[in-house]
Design a protein around this ligand. Sequence first.
Ligand code: PHE
Length: 378
Amino acid sequence: MKKLIFLLILISLFSAITVVPQTTETIRVGVFFDMTGATSSFGIASTNGIKLAVNEINDSGGINGKRLKIYLEDDEGRPENARTVVQKLINENKVHAILGEVSSTNSLAAAPVAQEAKIPMISPASTNMKVTEVGDYIFRTCFHDPFQGEAMAKFAFYQLKARRIAIFRDVTSDYSKGLSENFTSTFRKLGGKIVATETYAYRDQDFNSQLVKMRRQTPDALYIPGYYSEVGVIAKQARKLKMSIPLLGGDGWDSPELWKLGGNALNNTYITNHFAVDNQAAEVQNFVKKYEAKFKVKPDSLAALAYDSVYFLADAVRRAKSTDGDLIRNALAQTRNFSGVTGKILRLDENRNPVKPAVIQKLNTKTSDFVYQTTIEP
Ligand code: PHE
């Protein structure tokens, strides 16, 4: 009998030892994007970038001996869903950190949930100022819109010699609103004039009346800080109305879908962006090669930012030596000289915004490529 009890104790001790480390073995990362809605191209590319980075990290032994495990949720591009899926990731999946969303409006809807639960959330791509202002657990891997808007305003004024600009923005998007304000303030400071401002809404299809109003003011260029889903259609309708002026945009244009929607109307257009696939730096081309081999398409800036976000998180977890939310948060905030395929993050500012460069790209409708023009340093 004694022998049996001893054996039972031994077995339970043994299983406790083997079971406990197994549950702490993984670093649980919640991921949420629009996988099926109007901006699903953003979610699909982002998820690809995340998968590539997670596989690389796990294949090379994980982080401090722990593997990364991904929990993916689709918010269908709806802010109310973004909120509930993040609640689920935290309460049910007990994630240690969260990656998401792309569109600023969706990140803004979800961020208060992560902040309240003290779970670090990193948006790879939301550029609106307000996103990280939600609280000290909210981070991003991209630059913000004051920087992006300023970069395009300077390019329009100095390189394109534009003096009169019309702005066409999406009223349903925090991103579009912020970017048009940031562009306006810099462009005016330089001595340029905003001659017209018109608005549209997400999923609109007919933009003719606003375009005609803006055409009357004879702008030198048209700034459209929106998402590819509407921008492609706007470009087509503008060209049909004989508006051959340069069209200017931002990162929200970056999608392989844009070419299908806009076609040749995208001639003579320029955008600010995070990542240049034609950047010949070895680390960029190495990433492009691996991504293309796995997903049979070239990576866009969403793929690149999401890939960098995993390494950005991994770098912090490694330094934190823990999966504790506070310790990961502190380590993230102390990030220095982090090199990614979207450029080097020198440091984060007091609102957890990366200080890093932007690129300007010209659209080539013959090859469906965003062609690198210049880098704007912070
Ligand atoms: N910056 C956009 C936003 O904040 C999202 C985006 C980033 C879209 C990069 C495309 C490429 O809403």
